[in-house]
Design a protein around this ligand. Structure first.
Ligand code: ADP
Ligand code: MG
Length: 238
């Protein structure tokens, strides 16, 4: 059974349709990347899965449950934003604990989960620091840690690396890939960077003007692009 399923999902703002009847099945443990030019509807699609935007039509299922009417905080997902979305007045540990406390996870378990995730992400020495005392890469790891301690069924990433410089972006890309190999949580990842998409994805979803142009493993897209748009987009330099 699919972990995340979109059935004919659409979204209009005022009278303008920006996502057109998207069908997409994401398997348990799969890493799927939505890629396409700016404005093609990637974030809107992700935000509907997250519960931050409401579909104008269609159905979204997470873990087999229809979630159209389920609020964001009651969906079994965690979203990773860009690093600046950390709470600046809280320490690293407090940032990681926050989402657990509002969900009433017991203190002992909060401590345990943070210690384990900090160990995986190499944050153990940094737990008492504030975000302004961290490098860009460290802040990004905290943002990922905050999602991981929630132990969600699905991770959602929206351009998590776009604030980082090119060198760090390549390094973090490798860390995200390694992390996924360790925890194997189902992931939906949005980027406009086709190199990032091709490096990270089990399957790539190429979007254009609110529609899916092609879905497939990176190799298939590279060798058998379904349209001139896909060929041009995948082939353009990162
Ligand atoms: P992407 O993430 O691929 O860059 P978005 O999903 O953010 O694209 O946006 C898709 C389209 O929807 C764009 O034309 C954008 O201007 C429009 N849009 C996104 N959010 C809103 C909103 N809250 N109100 C009106 N239009 C929006
Ligand atoms: Mg976007």
């Amino acid at each position: 059974m699919a972990d995340v399923e979109l059935k004919k999902v659409s979204k209009s703002f005022q009278n303008l349709k920006v996502v057109h009847d998207i069908d997409l099945d994401i398997a348990e443990g799969e890493f799927v990347v939505l890629v396409g030019p700016s404005g093609c509807g990637k974030s809107t699609t992700l935000r509907m899965v997250a519960g931050l935007d409401r579909p104008s039509g269609g159905e979204i299922h997470i873990g087999g449950r229809l979630v159209n009417n389920v609020q964001a905080r009651d969906r079994d997902i965690a979203m990773v934003f860009q690093s600046y979305a950390l709470y600046p007045q809280m320490t690293v540990a407090q940032n990681m604990a926050f989402g657990l406390r509002i969900r009433k996870v017991p203190d002992g378990e909060v401590t345990q989960r943070i210690a384990r995730v900090a160990d995986i992400l190499d944050l153990s020495e940094l737990l008492q620091r504030k975000p302004h005392q961290l490098s860009g890469g460290q802040r990004q790891r905290v943002a990922m840690g905050r999602a991981m301690v929630r132990q969600p069924k699905v991770f959602l990433f929206d351009e998590p690396l776009s604030n980082l410089d090119a060198k760090l972006r390549v390094k973090m890309r490798a860390e995200i890939k390694k992390l996924h190999q360790m925890v194997a949580t189902t992931t939906v990842y949005v980027t406009h960077d086709q190199v990032e998409a091709m490096t990270l994805a089990d399957r790539v979803v190429v979007m254009n003007k609110g529609r899916i142009e092609q879905i497939g493993p990176p190799n298939d897209l590279y060798h058998e692009p379904a349209s001139r748009f896909v060929a041009g987009f995948i082939g353009s330099p990162g």
